[in-house]
Write a protein that binds this ligand. Sequence first.
Ligand code: DX5
Ligand code: ZN
Length: 217
Amino acid sequence: MKLAPSILAADFARLGEQVCEAQIAGADRIHVDVMDGHFVPNLSMGAPIVASLRPVTRLPLETHLMISNPDRFLQEFADAGSDSFLVHWEGNVNLHRTVRNIRGLGKRAGVAINPATPAEVLAEILPDLDQVLVMTVDPGFGHQQFLHSTLAKIYRVRRMIERVRPECELEVDGGIDPATARLCVEAGANVLVAGSAIFGSSEGVAGAMNRFAAGRN
Ligand code: DX5
Ligand code: ZN
């Protein structure tokens, strides 16, 4: 089980420090949520944040693009230091091309699906992926409540992955805390994104991450 703290919930005035804390506490990668106010009803951050973090951490910087035209920004994020891209199935009529473009930049490629999107849409693209991201909330905001209805889909995606591409990671994102993390892992997830449960915890970043490691609430 890998942990990917999402900096969306971090204190941006102390971003480098908080990412270092997460690294020391055993984070496997850093999850960067990019929102354009169009694909999702919120704005977040762009490539300069990735460029600023690149010299601060040796952890992979995973870039979750919740934007309408991901292809337009791949190069910029790659140059800034992104190691992998998660792009959405929704609204992307040329998804195969997008995944090919990511590979062309030498980066890891993942496809994200929203809560209302069935697992089956992944069938044709799965052989080309390093990661699948099952959204466990509707994307756009941190601090939302985990949707239990997504658990059956996580299980279905896990079975698809085992059949087609066992090395592909199955990641979950949204409302993940130690309790919902356990449910997701039981359903077949092996990478957990967590924002508010890590950066918003009164116990601090390391304390919150230890709870995940211990599987405690
Ligand atoms: C939601 C983002 C998430 C977000 C998760 O649209 O994709 O990565 O940061 O935040 P929490 O863990 O607070 O639900
Ligand atoms: Zn995300």
